[in-house]
Design a protein around this ligand. Structure first.
Ligand SMILES: [Zn+2]
Length: 338
């Protein structure tokens, strides 16, 4: 079975010859950039460089997928956020909010042809053309909660979830359309699946806020976007995995703050699980035996797609991801979760 089919099957918790291995968030490290000959910040702004760097996830690391949107800012840049695209050893950032809560949000009619979106769409097409027969091409969009952080600033957005929840809901309804538009364009460009990242992390979003502001939005996104979605939320999500189950989303990309057996228990038998390997303890600082041990724990717990929990720190050694992917391929399973 091709890695592409192994990945897609695992995403739906369908049986496969082995667990899948991959990443829905950035795999880029400084040493991987050197290996690939493609570097930040150009790899955020040039489709060829972006595709070359993403391809290393397959050609160098051996993952079953590639994912070229390394930063969190693409659609926000296209919305008008003034993004600082960072440096070789620093991720992009933006500190200037675009709006105050209550301001009307203007979604540009040429959103998808603005560089923030276009570069990523072109990179997805290149990856599909070059590797689409062998591996899964995964794109990435941000949900309306994270886009709210980006256009309003985290503080302005969060304080208004308490002061003016209706204004927040109206803003999220507009931002949700940006998610759908960019998602559908990525599918058209060649994405097999998409990471839907929405930073409803425990310290910034209570389980009640997830239920009130996000369950419905994520359910709707799952219905309207015509490819499988991998929901990514960092941090300890054990108090909201039961809400995530209700959205109908096929796959949840989880953080090591939720122990893998707990994540499996909370996710039940239908929701597939991806990630869960600690970036700091295993990917960045782990000795080879710690990587091998971590893979064993994830396989035993029934993690369907094994890989890093979130964007890999830029100063991590890529060798640990390569070792992880190789180790996953030594396992055989007849049914995910066994
Ligand atoms: Zn994350």
């Amino acid at each position: 079975m091709r890695p592409r089919d192994i990945f897609i099957n695992a995403l739906h918790r369908r049986p496969g010859p082995r667990p899948a291995t991959g990443a829905a968030t950035s795999i880029v490290t400084v040493d991987l950039m050197k290996k690939a000959g493609a570097f930040f910040p150009q790899a955020h702004q040039d489709a060829e460089q972006m595709a070359a760097l993403a391809a290393a996830g397959y050609t160098e690391l051996g993952f079953d997928n590639v994912m070229p949107l390394f930063s969190v800012w693409h659609e926000s840049a296209a919305l008008g956020c003034k993004v600082d695209w960072g440096e070789v050893n620093r991720m992009p950032d933006c500190r200037e909010p675009l709006y105050r809560m209550g301001d009307p949000i203007r979604v540009p009619s040429d959103l998808l042809s603005r560089p923030g979106c276009k570069v990523a769409l072109d990179a997805l097409s290149l990856l599909r053309e070059r590797y689409g027969n062998e591996i899964a091409v995964v794109g990435k969009v941000f949900g309306p909660w994270t886009l709210g952080y980006h256009v309003f600033g985290v503080q302005e957005f969060l304080i208004n979830t308490l002061l003016d929840p209706d204004a927040v809901k109206r803003a999220m309804a507009t931002l949700k359309e940006v998610t759908v538009q960019f998602a559908n364009a990525q599918i058209e460009a060649g994405a097999d699946a998409l990471c839907l990242a929405d930073h409803a992390t425990r310290d910034l979003c209570s389980p009640g806020a997830y239920r009130d502001f996000l369950t419905e939005a994520h359910t709707e996104l799952n219905e309207r976007i015509r490819c499988p979605l991998i929901l990514h939320i960092c941090g300890d999500t054990s108090d909201r995995i039961h809400y995530i189950r209700e959205t109908g989303l096929p796959c949840f990309h989880f953080d090591s703050k939720v122990p893998a057996p707990t994540a499996r228990e909370l996710a039940g038998e239908r929701l597939s699980l991806m990630g869960g390997t600690s970036n700091l303890r295993v990917i960045r600082a782990g000795r080879p035996d710690a990587v091998v041990e971590d893979v064993k724990e994830k396989v035993r717990a029934g993690v369907d797609i094994i890989g890093p929990e979130c964007a890999v720190p830029l100063d991590a050694p890529y060798a640990n991801m390569k070792l992880l992917a190789g180790e996953v391929k030594t396992y055989t399973v007849t049914k995910p979760g066994q």
